[in-house]
Design a protein around this ligand. Structure first.
Ligand SMILES: [Zn+2]
Length: 220
């Protein structure tokens, strides 16, 4: 059965590189949040997503844009419990790390937690699966530093302002000692406005983290 699923995975979800690199995130994009935009410079001040907003992470990077086969794959992974798609998504997050953050001296990996009820339904946390895969590939420890303290509406259904208030206060830091002075990689599957990653980064920084750099599979 497993072999059959893997064969289906290879057939229907070729890695985007095999698909001509069609959905790779390409410059120019914002130096902070990786939003693609055309301007004379790529500073956050010029970025339509960052301009005028407080941002708590230091950088965010994505391997791909959330389009076409990449978006479909992430959607199936999360909403149709297609755990077998980790075969495609773990290499994608690892490639993203090597492409953007190799040699930056990060100490550990953290990930965006799911509320327990949603994780029970899905049977896994997609961000944790990606973080564990990246940990195995890089040798960096994966810290269970964050916990979701209340249920939130799915961010994809909300506009920019509602996304921010939806996640405000939705997370707790489980153990401050783990993050003090650390340079962290924060893993999620997709980054759109950056509200969820920003709220996690705010807590990690409040707990003493020295740097929080976000890495996702795809930029929404
Ligand atoms: Zn930006």
């Amino acid at each position: 059965m497993k072999k059959v699923l893997e064969a289906i995975c290879d057939l229907f979800f070729p890695l985007p590189e095999e698909d001509g690199g069609r959905w790779l995130l390409q410059e120019p994009f914002c130096g902070r949040c990786a939003q693609p935009f055309h301007a004379l410079d790529s500073s956050p001040e010029s970025c339509p997503n960052c301009h005028g907003t407080a941002c708590h992470f230091d950088h965010a990077r994505a391997m791909y844009l959330s389009r076409g086969s990449v978006r479909d794959m992430i959607h199936q992974f999360k909403y149709e419990r297609a755990f077998w798609l980790r075969r495609r998504l773990v290499p994608a997050i690892t490639d993203g790390y090597r492409r953007f953050y190799d040699g930056w001296g990060h100490h550990a990996i953290v990930y965006v937690p799911l509320f327990s009820k949603r994780e029970r339904w899905r049977e896994f946390n997609q961000s944790e699966v990606l973080a564990e895969g990246l940990g195995l590939a890089t040798g960096l420890p994966v810290l269970k530093a964050l916990r979701r303290s209340r249920e939130t509406t799915v961010q994809a259904k909300l506009d920019r302002v509602a996304r921010r208030s939806n996640v405000r206060g939705a997370f707790d830091l489980t153990d401050t000692a783990q993050v003090v002075g650390k340079k962290l990689i924060l893993i999620d599957d997709v980054l759109t406005t950056g509200s969820t990653a920003g709220e996690c980064a705010r807590l990690l920084k409040k707990g003493g983290a020295a740097q929080v750099d976000v890495l996702v599979v795809a930029r929404g």
